[in-house]
Design a protein around this ligand. Structure first.
Ligand code: FAD
Length: 341
């Protein structure tokens, strides 16, 4: 593989199109891929640039084909039996090789555990920079550079970062932040299969066995309704009330970090800057003050309902419906009302 040194003079004109690194787990495309395609389509609006998806794997032809229903121009399918199971080395090497050959202008990767693993490695292999964990992307109308925004200094400010000289411009993007591309009734674009140059020896760490965690997974990213508890629930038993309301509404249970740090609930329930970013139809925040790091993960929810004893709590500044009151009284009253419907 040819490794290009950072800052080595390059011809920016050669770099075209926006690539989305499609993520698949056990042969299923991860939803963040569709979110990145949606975002890439917005970024190319009014330009000649194309949206290209890249998926590495084996025996996932049908899944790759499904991407053509989201309005992409092309999909590169890097296909090899050695890519059947995810490996850091195999995926980052083959994707980096393809980037060096085809020269995309922008490369977007989901900030998932896999994306956070391979994104920086790909950037290092190809000699470019990477802005991690972006929550907003825009094209600069002046010079067409990608403006990449992410929380900085513990979420206290939003930093917008540009990559002035190196190409491609690379970003990992938080799952759940961008809107998914619309599923079209007819497929568009083409799939080009790539046979990568990859040997078994290129993959240093091999997956021997996959052991599923015994815990029930929480799907906060796709949930339409989330009822979240904060320190105001006063203890782990408070989540029984939160769960009762979530079950009644047909939603999932979320949490602030305060409850996770106190050991009241598993981290997989945490919403916010260091948890999951969500955008449900309804988000009910119970006993959550509304710290900026929590808001970073849920402020894009369609309707926000807040229950808090403190009328000055910051959560009331962003909610659509605010109830000043004790959640121990308000939640049972809400459940009673829902029972009547
Ligand atoms: P508090 O701020 O203590 O608020 C509790 C609220 O409950 C208060 O408003 C109170 O009025 C109300 N209350 C009390 N009793 C009742 C009652 N009986 N009924 C109704 N309301 C009641 N936080 C996150 O949530 N997610 C993150 O991802 C995250 N990431 C972070 C990353 C960094 C780098 C840092 C520095 C912090 C992060 N935090 C995160 C922590 C964040 O700053 C706050 O400390 C946290 O969100 C506070 O949680 P809380 O609202 O549950 O608790």
């Amino acid at each position: 593989m040819i490794r290009r040194k950072v800052n080595q003079g390059i011809n920016l004109e050669e770099y075209k199109d926006i690539w989305v690194i499609g993520e698949q787990r056990e042969g299923k495309i991860h939803p963040v891929t569709i979110e990145l395609i949606g975002e890439a389509k917005k970024l190319v609006e009014g330009t000649e640039k194309k949206v290209v998806a890249v998926v590495a794997g084996y025996d996932i032809d049908e899944e790759v084909n499904k991407l053509l229903y989201y309005g992409i121009d092309k999909a590169y399918y890097i296909k090899s039996p050695l890519l059947d199971v995810f490996s850091t080395d195999g995926y980052s090497k083959t994707i980096a090789d393809l980037i060096l050959e085809k020269k995309p202008e922008i490369v977007l990767v989901g900030a998932t555990s896999i994306g956070r693993d391979i994104g920086p490695r790909i950037a290092a292999k190809i000699g470019t920079g990477l802005v991690a964990d972006c929550t907003k992307l825009e094209m600069d109308p002046e010079d067409g550079k990608l403006l990449q925004t992410r929380p900085a200094f513990g979420g206290n400010l939003m930093a917008t970062i540009v990559c002035p000289i190196n190409r491609p411009q690379m970003a990992t993007v938080r799952p759940g932040v961008m809107e998914k591309a619309v599923h079209e009734s007819n497929p568009a674009g083409i799939i080009e299969e790539i046979a990568p140059v990859l040997k078994e020896d290129d993959i240093a760490a091999k997956v021997v066995e996959i052991i599923q965690s015994g815990k029930k997974r929480v799907n906060l990213t796709d949930a339409k309704i989330i009822v979240s508890g904060g320190r105001g629930i006063k203890g782990p038993e408070g989540f029984e009330l939160i769960k009762a309301l979530a079950d009644k509404m047909g939603g999932e249970v979320g949490s602030s970090r305060a409850c996770v740090d106190s050991g009241w609930i598993d981290h997989m329930h945490q919403v916010g800057q260091t948890g999951t970013t969500v955008r449900p139809e309804i988000y009910v925040a119970c006993g959550i003050s509304g710290a900026i790091q929590h808001l970073a993960g849920m402020s894009e929810s369609k309707y926000i309902v807040a229950i808090n004893t403190d009328p000055t709590a910051p959560i009331f500044r962003i909610c659509d419906y605010g109830i000043v009151g004790d959640l121990k009284e308000v939640i049972p009253a809400m459940i009673d009302e829902l029972d009547k419907t």
